[in-house]
Design a binder for this molecule. Structure first.
Ligand code: B4P
Length: 190
């Protein structure tokens, strides 16, 4: 299946995507992970993206489109994929639809993970202590949430209009949220 996971920073997209790809045996494509690896490897992309990520802003649509097109052209996506962190604004959503139409691999399910702001702050504060990610500081998280509201939240409506969106409650334990997502996918394949 070709699935997009949507949700605010800290909603559990990355966490749930990792569980889903194990269950479905398809690749996990996380633009956040790809970018952090590029920064670590000091590739030209990583060198360009680092300051933007550290400020909590979105990396440019052009850079992201190249990154995602390159990844989605690889052979391992033939059986499907779980996309996590892309698209993050309407321009990216439209570019993705156009690219996947060309590749004859349209999105089949978009799942929005809904979590309230207070849980998000607590989860990211915990991750900041555990992992020390450079964009998990309080000020940067606040900025990431603003950007989410302004630019990423409208993507939910975009997939609703395409008739592929389901919303899932992201509160509760990781296993509880996962069971809800699996329930949605089981309904979708019937
Ligand atoms: P991402 O890596 O996508 O960062 P994120 O939104 O914080 O999500 P993540 O997947 O890491 O966290 P999750 O909610 O799973 O992006 C980082 C940056 O890269 C962006 O700010 C931007 O600069 C850039 N970028 C990425 N994609 C881009 C694009 N398309 N265009 C432009 N720029 C882009 O989990 C958060 C924490 O909550 C975890 O510690 C987890 O353990 C915990 N958690 C999860 N579920 C839980 C639960 N049920 N209960 C308790 N804790 C839970």
């Amino acid at each position: 299946m070709r699935i997009v996971l949507l949700g605010a920073p800290g909603s559990g997209k990355g966490t749930q995507a990792a569980l889903l790809v194990e269950k479905l045996a398809v690749p996990h494509i996380s633009t956040g992970v790809l970018l952090r690896q590029a920064v670590k490897d000091q590739t030209p992309l990583g060198l360009q993206a680092k300051a933007t990520m550290d400020a909590g802003e979105l990396v440019s649509d052009d850079l992201m489109l190249n990154l995602i097109e390159e990844r989605l052209s690889q052979d391992d996506v033939a059986s499907g994929f779980v996309l996590d962190g892309y698209p993050r604004n309407l321009a990216q959503a439209e570019a993705l639809t156009e690219m996947l139409q060309r590749l004859e691999k349209p999105i089949e399910e978009a799942i929005q993970i809904d979590v309230d702001g207070e849980s998000i702050i607590q989860r990211i504060a915990k991750r900041a202590q555990e992992e020390g990610r450079s964009d998990d500081t309080e000020d940067v998280v606040r900025r990431r949430l603003e950007i989410y509201q302004q630019q990423t939240a409208p993507v939910v409506g975009y997939y609703a209009d395409q008739g592929v969106l389901t919303r899932v409650l992201g509160e509760g334990s990781i296993d509880e949220v996962f069971a809800r997502i699996v329930g949605v996918l089981e309904m979708a394949v019937r």
